[in-house]
Design a protein around this ligand. Sequence first.
Ligand code: ATP
Ligand code: MG
Length: 421
Amino acid sequence: MEATRIAAVGGAGPLILPRGEHALSRRDIDPDALKILFRLQRLGFTAYLTGGAVRDMLLGRKPKDFDIATNARPNQIRKYFSNAFIIGRRFRLAHIRFRGGKVVEVATFRSDPPPPEVGKAGSASAPLYVFGTPEQDAMRRDITVNALFYDPATASVIDYVGGVADLRQGRIRVIGDACERFREDPVRIWRVIRYAARLGFAVDGEIAAAIRAQRELLGGCSEARLYEEFSKDLLGANARAVFALHREFGILRLLLGRIGEALEGDGRLFAASLTLLAIADAEKEAGRAPGLDELVALLLWPWAEPQLGTGGPDPFPLLKKAFLDAGMVVSLPKGLRAQVIDIMALAGRLLRALGDGNMRWSVRQRPGYAQASRLCFMITQGRVPEEGESFELLFQKAFPGRPPMGGGRPRRRRRRPALPD
Ligand code: ATP
Ligand code: MG
């Protein structure tokens, strides 16, 4: 059977790509997600796999999660699935939870909310979202390759937006008018960059121009959302490519204030960040995902190092102040920020110790030491330590005559002066 367009009233209808004409195999779908899909369909609902799962499987990649779109309403989903929990304030959707922490997101097809009526914007009764048809649901999504549906009953891919062609041609296209869609939700600017970089796809000239014209809008997004996107980029695949493209589009200075300016302004500094992120990307691929604290430290280290200067007795307050003065728009939660500062300040100390042989091993008790010693290893060796390797061994090799770890007179701890947050 050949790919067909199903004629619909008033339009050409979607492109249907039947089994055998795409690379998506039902075997690659998470069995729990597949069970939910079949159960919904048996109950008489329409239910498709959608979003990143369809995109990634069509490209022969392993999806991160499996999202489902259906015409069942949230309360119906809760009725039929005892492990379903309704979440979300703006859009209510169901999370179906499984043992081991797995969650399958099931969202009802919806359409973009109509533009607010003049004079009524923000009125309490204005609907935040409206349920819609599969076509409307595809149209409200961000980019074409994220708006494909997979119907498990027929094993076919359903494409209302030209996403199949864009996947084949390696192209990122915004659905609808890019300027308008970015104005509606500036986070889409970020998402275009993320998926172009992650997938190695091209951003066409018009969209690139729209990004440059409207990137400042990102500064107006909620801090929580920006932090969420920032952590997704660091934790996700191909962070090196993603941050490289953020820099090309001038996004880093918008998000990271002076830190971003330094990284964008100095190619050598930024190349060092990218080298460290590439090491972490390889770790992720090998299934040893580094923590978010370590990943932030990898990105920011080349900026932090010169801030530490000669270190002084206590580099922590110095770094904290530089951090607070940077004017970052992405605001890290306090605990994470403190941990990142600890890691970078400690890494500075360890690097100095590798140079001058003055090592105070009591720093091993400090929070962030494990990450700092790994960071140090990465900076000096260009890779993560393997089994049996460590910062301690690097030090002992460099200074074989020094007292062994834990040696030396115990020192009294100095209190760090408190700084305002
Ligand atoms: P991954 O989870 O692998 O990063 P994804 O495409 O599944 O990729 P999610 O953030 O999980 O990304 O979002 C799921 C889907 O929701 C997207 O594929 C897209 O269709 C839609 N979507 C997400 N954010 C937006 C947005 N800001 N505007 C429009 N659609 C969006
Ligand atoms: Mg997803």
